[in-house]
Structure formats: structure tokens, C-alpha cells
Design a protein around this ligand. Structure first.
Ligand SMILES: [Zn+2]
Length: 171
């Protein structure tokens, strides 16, 4: 290494707010920034298999929409609420139609739904696992099991109706 001369200066500096360095997502999972629909506060949230994320300022349930990769998906999909996996790609027109609908639904169903977006071009293992031969493919998971599957774009009212049975809290 050629940073001998900088070592003294570097050791003085702060190591970050928590002192922890988390380059590729630890066991606790990657941080997502979730914006509160009620007060606008940006919350830093890691995946959790229990409960739902709550705004640090106003305590409202947060719209839970995250991006996952082949590496982080299993952590993100392990949730207490229904998980809607959006298998999409940047070049796909119908996917761009669906994207704002999913953002709306994550707000309207805050506390009952988690949306996990997966770019199929960058995450071929997930595309294969969910057989996303045509996109958008939307897969609904409950406790890790596929409970519904929607191929192609769907208008928001129909999608909301389709999702509603899966949004009930687990008994
Ligand atoms: Zn808030």
C-alpha cells in the first residue's frame, strides 16, 4: 500500500456515526431510505422479519418500498407482511407504467405491504427463480411462499383489488 504518509491523519478522523463499516450489507441487511408519507421525514431502515417500519418523527407506518439484488433478496423478502416483488428492467415500457402505481400502493398500504423491486438485467438468478420470462412480472409472497403472480402491467384499481386478500395480518 502507498498510504503510509497518510496514516497519521487518517487515524484521527471519525469512523462514522456508529463506528461500524458495512460495505456490502451485513447480517442486518442493507439500509433503505424510506420517506414518511405523513411528515416527509427520511428514515434509514434495514430489512426486518418482524413488525413494520415506523417513522422516527411521527410514528406513522412507512411506505415500504426497497430495491433488492440477488445478494440481498432473501433478507428483504423475509417480512411480516405481504411482499410484492416487482421484476422489472429500465428499458421496459410497461414496467415504467407500473412503477408509480407500486409507489402509490406502498403508501396506501403502508404497514400492510412491502414492495421489493428487482432489476432482472442485473439480477439474473432472481429472474430465473421467479421465471420472469416476460416483464413486468409481479409476484406476491406471504411468509416466503408465492401466493399470487401477475404477468404484465395492470391498472392500479385492479391491482389493489388483486392484492387486498393478501394484506390481512397473519393470524
Ligand atoms: Zn413521519
Amino acid at each position: 500500500m502507498s498510504d503510509e504518509g497518510r496514516r497519521a491523519a487518517a487515524t484521527d478522523g471519525p469512523v462514522g456515526p456508529t463506528g461500524a463499516h458495512d460495505p456490502a450489507g451485513s447480517a442486518a441487511g442493507p439500509v433503505s431510505i424510506l420517506t414518511c408519507a405523513s411528515c416527509g421525514t427520511k428514515n434509514r431502515i434495514r430489512p426486518s422479519a418482524r413488525g413494520v417500519p415506523i417513522c422516527a418523527s411521527c410514528k406513522a407506518p412507512l411506505p415500504w418500498l426497497v430495491h433488492a439484488t440477488d445478494a440481498t433478496f432473501d433478507l428483504e423478502a423475509d417480512a411480516s407482511v405481504a411482499v410484492l416483488v416487482d421484476l422489472w428492467a429500465p428499458w421496459c415500457g410497461p414496467c415504467r407504467f407500473v412503477a408509480p402505481i407500486l409507489e402509490d400502493l406502498s403508501r396506501e398500504f403502508a404497514g400492510r405491504l412491502k414492495v421489493v423491486k428487482v432489476d432482472v438485467d442485473e439480477n439474473p438468478a432472481l429472474a430465473q427463480r421467479f421465471e420472469a420470462f416476460s416483464i413486468p412480472t409481479l409476484v406476491v409472497l406471504r411468509n416466503g411462499r408465492v401466493v399470487d403472480r401477475i404477468v404484465g402491467a395492470m391498472p392500479k384499481p385492479q391491482l389493489a383489488v388483486r392484492l387486498t386478500p393478501h394484506l390481512l395480518r397473519a393470524p
